[in-house]
Design a protein around this ligand. Structure first.
Ligand code: AMP
Ligand code: MG
Length: 314
């Protein structure tokens, strides 16, 4: 595609951050590092800026965005926090936990940011670059993963450039994302809570704060828009639980299953999570027609890895 690599990658130093903050204030979109994956950020209070995110990603407009805030005070201006939400924020923020909460009627947010829902997904990130941007702009920033909708999420600046090309005119390079998987999303309802997307913060950690989720009504109204069955797609068939590779398979290994790219030779699931998307990007770029992935043990972040792999295989 013409102009595919016209995006500008700048170091996330003081000058780069100042440039990014100015673009964001002016309503532009900027790809930014966070501790989960790279996000495509824009001011969440501007309908035009939010529309530019959906356009750049080719994201369906029914799939709501996560809004990033500097601190709890900023979050409380946008959503209604009950005692459970306050306890989760006190325990896990700043960090990779997104809370879906009732949106304040007077919240200064574009309607499209939550796809017209009465709720809003909020996260307070830990990454120092994202935090500096939030502080310098003094704005809530919507920031979904900085990739074409449905594709593999970016954990490095180069991944963003490759996926979005000049649809991401400015990319702040903050190095490799430490967690490497999208945030855990928890919805708090009047009658209980539910993990909508497993992530770096395990469900057991949430339960330790809130008590068991067992009292949740699992009625048919569980709405997790955008949690589509197929997502994170590397563009090739993907086989799970592989012990070895067939001739035309790129093998993503784990532990003793060596593979062409080993997620963690020591069998450490946290390390595997951090390397997962880089491995999928490498597998997509390799000459092999297909991809195979070794079994990853469940529990803790292993559940989140397996959630992403299942969707990548669908
Ligand atoms: P991301 O693609 O990482 O920005 O994550 C956004 C995801 O958060 C969406 O695909 C939804 O599944 C979820 N989400 C965002 N806002 C809401 C909301 N108001 N209610 C339920 N889920 C939400
Ligand atoms: Mg995404």
């Amino acid at each position: 595609m013409a102009g595919k690599h016209l995006s500008q990658i700048v170091a996330a130093d003081a000058a780069g951050i100042a440039l990014a903050a100015a673009r964001l204030r002016a309503g532009g979109i900027v790809a930014v590092p966070t501790e989960t994956v790279y996000g495509l950020a824009a001011r969440a209070d501007s309908a035009d800026a939010v529309a530019a995110i959906y356009r750049a990603k080719g994201r369906p407009d029914f799939n709501p965005l996560i809004v990033h805030v500097l601190d709890l005070a900023a979050a409380e201006g946008l959503a209604i926090f009950d005692a459970r939400a306050l306890a989760l924020a006190a325990t896990f923020w700043p960090g990779p936990l997104t809370l879906v909460l009732p949106r304040r009627a007077d919240a200064a947010l574009a309607a499209a940011v939550s796809a017209g829902l009465p709720t809003i997904a909020l996260r307070c990130p830990a990454h120092p670059v994202m935090r500096t941007l939030l502080a310098e702009t003094a704005l809530p920033l919507a920031a979904p993963s900085a990739n074409r909708s449905g594709g593999v999420s970016p954990t490095r600046a180069e991944h963003v450039a490759k996926s979005l090309g000049d649809a991401a005119p400015l990319i702040l390079d903050g190095g490799v994302c430490s967690a490497g998987l999208e945030s855990t999303i928890v919805v708090l309802r009047v009658d209980g809570w539910q993990v909508l997307r497993p992530g770096p913060i395990a469900e057991a950690g949430i339960a330790a704060v809130l008590g068991s989720a067992a009292d949740v009504t699992t009625s048919g109204r569980i709405e997790a828009p955008g949690q589509l069955a197929s997502h994170y797609a590397p563009g090739k068939p993907l086989r799970l639980g592989a012990q070895s590779a067939a001739g035309d398979e790129f093998l993503i290994g784990f532990g003793s299953v060596a593979g062409d790219y080993n997620l963690s030779p020591n069998g450490d699931v946290t390390e595997a999570a951090a390397h997962l998307y880089a491995a999928l990007h490498a597998a997509a770029a390799a000459p092999h027609a297909r991809i195979a992935v070794a079994a990853i043990p469940g529990g803790e972040i292993g559940d989140a890895i397996n959630d992403r792999l299942r969707r990548a295989a669908t």
